[in-house]
Design a protein around this ligand. Sequence first.
Ligand code: NAD
Length: 351
Amino acid sequence: MTVFNSQHYDGHELVSFKHDARSGLRAIVAVHNSNLGPALGGCRMYPYANDDDALDDVLRLSKGMTYKSALAGLPLGGGKAVIIGDPAKLKSRELLLAMGSFIDDLGGRYITAEDSGTSVSDLKIIAERTSYVSGVMDSGRFGGDPSPYTAQGVYFGIKAALKFKHGSDDLTSVRVAVQGAGAVGRHLIALLTAAGATVFAADINTTNKDLARQAGATIIACDEVLGFAADVLAPCAMGAAINAETVEEIQAGIVAGAANNQLAGATQGERLMERGILYAPDFVINAGGIIDVYYQRAEDSSASTSAHVETIAVTLSEIFKRAVTSGVSTATMAECLAEEKFLLGRRVRAA
Ligand code: NAD
């Protein structure tokens, strides 16, 4: 496969490859679009089965970041980095330093952050070689970890969805089923229970189940969470939880959670609409993390971060309204609104 005929190639501005023989680094950086600002996105380290999978992933994820940042109202473009290899086996200080040099060579067109397979401590090593790193602040409310702000954004998004669907965002006695009680899911459970919601949570990991229980959730089985009788389903585990089969099982009237790429395909967005289920598009509702990472880089206060994260609710309300008026799915409407923003960015600059 070449870059240009990858199914995920979408006119990306830059795709750069790096091999550093000494450290074993094999990495790809993709910048999808930078009309609104420098491309910011996480650095993922994963044992891809082959190079094609790594290329597909970086192209797809960097495009997603363009849409996410545009709708979050951030002056950022979309980018992503992938390091090919098992982090448990291949990650070393030398490899991370080589990654730092690679990013630095791109001169600021791409700014990196944490992602699966990389941690804040890894980013600090990368930052020894480049200043184009975000999410390494120790002094913020939550250190460098963006997941509490992601949870906060999901919490505000759930309230916006309740308000749109039922006319009230009061969480008292609202039943929420959370799939995945990891970093984001746990914070979300705590916020929801504090607001009076009744929360049910499922996780494949015993420790995380215990932590979810401590945060106030009742534990349910993993195979019943998607079809659980709740008002809100919050997918906070892995992508593609909602596929052709599971979309028919959902009993909740609202789907609003943190997981990236919740829908296996666009048809699931249409099907949720047909079934009268209000879907909060994942890349809109889970933008709290990128908002936090942006403010960490700007070294701004956590008050600015929280105020910005709250605007996720406003954006979602607009998407819900416009989707209903236009008769398209909320996922499609969100994509159109994002394109309006970053493609307009290009026209404004060119003028
Ligand atoms: P995490 O790895 O800390 O948590 C995921 C949890 O899901 C784990 O506890 C895992 O055991 C559980 N899980 C996995 N498969 C499951 C299944 N089939 N059923 C039930 N539980 C299952 O990850 P996280 O940081 O909490 O992120 C959660 C999701 O939100 C991911 O999709 C991530 O990409 C997305 N996201 C996270 C952030 C962030 O700030 N961390 C930002 C945006 C999007």
